[in-house]
Design a protein. Structure first.
Length: 331
């Protein structure tokens, strides 16, 4: 076994940008061991003053849109400008091994070799919608390690988008042109969250369809109420193959950041995200303690059987378990 690092060694290694220690620090915060959880909190608390300086970017899109291909091209565009980027790619998990299925380092082979880029595939496990519970903490570690742009790639369009939107500064939605009705297969709520809709694969004779899709999305976005940030969502076309439109996307992200910093929305949004993080952690911790409670574990199976057999109303069963939990923690 490798020697266990101290808090000071983790902190110093992360601040120095040591990739190996950064990876070990992320593994530490992903650990389910109580001793590791306590140490991880100490490490994060010490590193907190060194966080918050990156561009936090969430990227999602419909299946087949080519998120990883886009991120690789976009990432190389940024590293070519000398920027350090970290990609936190949330993979769907194998139900057998609980590990990542897609393997983003394989899908972003060129970017993974770039000395200015760091890719961390994270298996979604049992987390709702495919967002790991530790994504926020990982983001802070990467910021403390000096990464200027943090990209969070989601599994696809689904519940995870709401969670990712709640932890980033800019939300980029990738869409395809020429795949039937342009507004089908995507929820209205996700369109409303997007700061930018980028129509990908605008190449190889698909340019006209991409331009037509651009008009469709622009018309659709005008129907949504304006956000409180003062930013009006944009629609652009791009190609990861020909690299057209990639710089326009980056300039749009910077324009968004500049506007929101000037009007104060940027900093207020980050404050609200921190509060949401606190409340999410409370809910997560209460759920974990509930199901780990010995008395709940003892009674859960029989009560579940009564519910599945139609012998007990689910609401009544839930209330019984909650009362049992409350009694056990106050006794």
């Amino acid at each position: 076994m490798r020697k266990r690092l101290s808090k000071e060694e983790y902190v110093a290694g992360v601040l120095e940008g040591n990739r190996m220690i950064l990876s070990r620090a992320i593994t530490l915060i992903e650990s389910q061991l109580d001793t590791d959880k306590a140490l991880a909190r100490e490490v994060l608390e010490t590193l907190l003053p060194h966080t918050g300086n990156s561009v936090r970017l969430g990227i999602t899109g419909v299946p087949g849109v080519g998120k990883s291909t886009f991120i690789e091209t976009f990432g190389k565009h940024l590293t070519n400008q000398g920027k350090k980027i970290a990609v936190l790619a949330i993979d769907p998990s194998s139900q057998i091994s609980k590990g990542s299925i897609l393997g983003d380092k394989t899908r972003m082979e060129e970017l993974s070799r770039d000395p200015l880029a760091y890719i961390r595939p994270s298996p979604a496990g049992i987390s709702l919608g495919g967002v790991t519970h530790k994504t926020r903490e990982t983001m802070l570690l990467c910021e403390a390690a000096g990464f200027e742009v943090i990209i969070i790639e989601t599994v696809g369009v689904g519940q995870s988008e709401t969670f990712v939107h709640g932890m980033v500064d800019f939300f980029l939605l990738l869409m395809l042109a020429g795949a039937g009705d342009e507004l089908q297969g995507i929820k209205k709520g996700i369109m409303e969250m997007a700061d930018l809709v980028a129509i990908t694969k605008s190449d190889s004779g698909n340019e006209l369809q991409a331009r037509q899709a651009k008009v469709s999305y622009e018309n659709a976005l005008h129907l949504f109420p304006a956000s409180g940030s003062g930013w009006y969502p944009k629609v652009l076309t791009c190609s990861a193959v020909t690299q057209t439109g990639i710089d326009d996307i980056w300039k749009t992200i910077l324009s968004h950041r500049e506007l929101l910093q000037q009007n104060g929305y940027f900093f207020n949004n980050r404050k609200q995200q921190n509060l949401a993080w606190m409340h999410d952690f409370i809910k997560q911790t209460l759920e974990e303690r509930f199901y780990q409670n010995p008395q709940i574990q003892q009674e859960l199976s029989s009560i579940e059987s009564a519910v599945t057999e139609g012998q007990k109303l689910p609401i009544k069963a839930a209330l019984e378990l909650l009362k049992l939990f409350e009694k056990s923690i106050y006794s």
